[in-house]
Every structure is written in structure tokens, then in C-alpha cells.
Design a protein around this ligand. Structure first.
Ligand code: ZN
Length: 420
């Protein structure tokens, strides 16, 4: 054997020794990365009654199966399986917030680096509050797409993000992209999608902080403009969310095929009927009332603006309850960014305070969110084949919705982010 032959032989022996010494058990762990969650109470599918004493078998990022009773690794011939004890907890799917602005900051001269840092902080707060998926409906620039990608790669702790990027509006929308005439609207929509938008968000009416969002406010788009935006989005298989306050703006965009109406403050029965018929979601962002009520009690708004806000505070809850009683599909969205991040659960609390049942509120924040995103195959419930997005509370939110704040455990795609 020549020197080269000997060199290769030694290398081969070293490599196989290294392999034998520690690769065998590790290899098995990598292949069968099994975690068993012992759930005292498991609300696997919000909307259906919870189950007692269940074991969720998780393999890697996904749920493999759910078994009654507390199963151990030995029972499954998988002695290496890791056990997570949530026998005293209320276990359910990760919550979903369908209206956030993770990188939104006030002011005119906001830098991308500041928005990036803000986004990192807010993403973490959101995840720790038990929200494992969000839809981000409006940001400046493209930072939100980068944040989404870094979280998805596991480099930053945060919820799974479906992002719209900049909002499309007419004229010069606040921090948004212009759509003036069908050609411009088509160009804007294409450009957003090529920048990485998962959703398209449009201003069907102006911002809630302006008088043009009053009950009688005009729809913002011309028909050929809205057709252009929705036409491009449909071509790419991307859904459209419409911000809408006045009575007529929702009905106007509903004619062209949007997937959700955001806020919907002054919608009339005609609009609600159309939404029910078309299966369009209502995301009311009721939490915004926290902010408006505080502005009012602090005496910070006066005159015409006070009357404008008061009309909204009075009618909006009525619209929400009319939609709920009519059976319009609803999902929870906090508008965090306008209200604090990490308190996304306020939407569920406010829903229940208004008269929605705790079970329905939990369903709107899980099952319905997944449906709105078109991701029921992988999100929204604790079921075999879905992502292991699992949270636990120290008390039952069906008894008292305010227990939704008592998050003691957060898992996203099989990785534990919080365990108290
Ligand atoms: Zn918003």
C-alpha cells in the first residue's frame, strides 16, 4: 500500500469510528424527533367540546397523532421520546391574529433599520402572548417581508407572518402605494407581489382618523381601478383584504371579490348579506376601541373629531353583533400597531364582553383564521398532519375569556418558545 492508500485507509477508519461513537443514537433522534404533550384539557378543535387527558404526539414540526390518556415513550416503543407535562393546563391550538402591523411606527421620517428593530421586538411579544400566526396588513417599505423570512428560517423568535406590505390606495395614501387609473393600479399590485406580498391590502375608504371615513364617506376607487388590483391578485392566487369604514365602501369592493373586510364600521345589512353569501370574512378590529376610549377619557379629542369618534364607537359594536347574529364569518384581528403588541388577546376579550360566546371567540382566533388564510390543511387546530402550534393556559378561557392572558406554554412548529 502506497502512502496515499494508507492516508485514505486511516481517514476511513477515523471517519467510521467517529460515526460509530456518537452518530447512532443521535441519528435516531434526528429521524424520530418525538415529543409527547400530556394535555389535561385539550381543546383540539375550537368549536367542538374539549377532551380530557390526551397525549399529542409530535414528530419534528408536525403533529403525528392524538391519543386518549397519557402515553409514554415506552408505550410507543420510542423510549427516547421527550415528555412535556401540561396535565394541569388548558391546551389549545396557537392563536391567530388576522390584523397586525408589526413594523408600524408613528412619524414621517421613519428609517428602515428602526422599523426592523421594532418589528423584531413586536414579533417576540406577539409570540409570547400565544399568537403563533399573524396576518400583517400594512407596513412601510419591504422590511416586513424580511422579518417574515427570518422568522420562518428560525433566526428570529416570532409568529408565522402572512404579509401584505404597503397598502394600496388612491391619491397619496399614508405610507401606502398609489393606484391612480387601471394601469397604475396593475403596476402597483404587480410590484407588491414581486416584492414578496402574500396578501394585498387596499384602502376601500380612507383612514379611520379622517372625516372621509364617516358613515357617508365615499368609496375610494373607480371600478376599473379595483378591477385592476383584484384582477392581478387573482392571477397570482393572492387574496385581497379591504380596509373599509363608511356604509357604502364595503359593498362597492364586495362586487369584485375581496376575501375580507377590515373594520367595516358602518356596514349596512346589504353589505353583511353579500358577505355571508360570498363567504367573505369580517375582521372588525374591535380592540381599537381601547385606544379611542382612552383618548376620550383623557380629553385628548374635541369638537368634530370627538363626534366622528363617538359615532364610530356607537355604531361599530352594533355592526359586529349584527354580523355575528347573521352568521357572517368572522376572524379576530387586533390592529396591534395602533394598539399595543402582545395584547392581541384583547380582541377576544372585547368580543366576549360584547356578547359573543367564549367558544366562538376562540374559534374565530384559530379555525377561522386558518380558513381566511386558506391554510386549514396546516393551521388552526391540533390535529394529525398539522403544524405543532400549541399553547397552554393555566386556567380555562371557556369559563372566563380573560384567562386567555394566562399563557404558560408556547410551541410553534414543534419548537418551545415559552414554558413556565
Ligand atoms: Zn390596521
Amino acid at each position: 500500500m502506497g502512502r496515499t492508500g494508507l492516508f485514505w485507509l486511516i481517514l476511513l477508519v477515523m471517519a467510521s469510528w467517529a460515526g460509530l461513537s456518537h452518530a447512532t443514537p443521535k441519528k435516531q433522534e434526528v429521524v424520530k424527533n418525538i415529543t409527547l404533550v400530556h394535555a389535561g384539557v385539550l381543546l383540539a378543535v375550537p368549536g367542538q367540546p374539549p377532551l380530557m387527558e390526551q397525549t399529542i404526539v409530535i414528530e419534528g414540526r408536525k403533529i403525528r397523532e392524538i391519543r386518549p390518556g397519557y402515553i409514554t415513550g415506552a408505550d410507543l416503543m420510542m423510549p427516547y421520546a421527550k415528555i412535556i407535562d401540561l396535565k394541569d393546563e388548558f391546551v389549545m391550538p396557537g392563536l391567530m391574529d388576522m390584523h397586525v402591523h408589526l413594523t408600524l411606527m408613528k412619524g414621517d421620517d421613519i428609517k428602515a433599520d428602526d422599523m426592523a428593530l421594532e418589528g423584531v421586538i413586536n414579533a417576540r411579544k406577539t409570540l409570547m402572548a400565544g399568537f403563533t400566526t399573524v396576518r400583517d396588513l400594512g407596513a412601510r417599505g419591504n422590511v416586513i417581508f424580511k422579518l417574515r423570512d427570518r422568522i420562518s428560517e428560525g433566526q428570529i423568535d416570532g409568529p408565522r407572518i402572512f404579509a401584505a406590505g404597503q397598502i394600496i390606495g388612491v391619491g397619496r395614501p399614508d405610507g401606502g402605494m398609489e393606484c391612480n387609473g387601471p394601469e397604475s393600479c396593475r403596476r402597483t399590485t404587480r410590484s407588491l407581489i414581486s416584492s414578496g406580498a402574500d396578501w394585498i391590502k387596499i384602502y376601500a375608504s380612507c383612514s379611520g382618523s379622517k372625516f372621509c371615513s364617516d358613515q357617508d364617506g365615499a368609496p375610494m376607487f373607480f371600478e376599473d381601478e379595483i378591477e385592476a388590483v383584484i384582477g392581478v391578485a387573482k392571477k397570482y392566487g393572492i387574496k385581497v383584504a379591504a380596509h373599509s369604514h363608511p356604509r357604502d365602501s364595503a359593498l362597492f369592493v364586495l362586487k369584485y371579490g375581496v376575501s375580507s373586510i377590515e373594520h367595516g364600521s358602518f356596514m349596512n345589512d346589504k353589505a353583511l348579506k353579500a358577505m355571508k353569501k360570498q363567504g367573505v370574512y369580517f375582521v372588525p378590529t374591535l380592540s381599537v376601541h381601547d385606544m379611542l376610549e382612552k383618548l376620550k377619557s383623557d380629553g385628548k379629542v374635541k369638537g368634530r373629531m370627538l363626534a366622528h369618534n363617538d359615532a364610530f364607537l356607537k355604531i361599530h359594536p352594533q355592526t359586529i353583533m349584527r354580523a355575528y347574529r347573521k352568521g357572517v364569518k368572522m376572524a379576530t384581528g387586533s390592529d396591534a400597531g395602533i394598539v399595543p403588541h402582545g395584547k392581541n388577546y384583547r380582541e377576544l376579550e372585547r368580543f366576549v364582553d360584547l356578547g359573543i360566546s367564549p367558544m366562538d371567540a376562540l374559534k374565530m382566533a384559530t379555525v377561522n383564521g386558518a380558513d381566511l388564510l386558506g391554510r386549514t390543511q396546516e393551521l388552526g387546530t391540533v390535529a394529525a398532519g398539522k403544524f405543532a402550534d400549541i399553547i397552554a393556559l393555566s386556567a380555562d378561557p371557556l369559563q372566563d375569556i380573560y384567562n386567555i392572558e394566562k399563557i404558560v406554554f408556547v410551541m410553534k412548529e414543534g419548537k418551545i418558545y415559552k414554558k413556565e
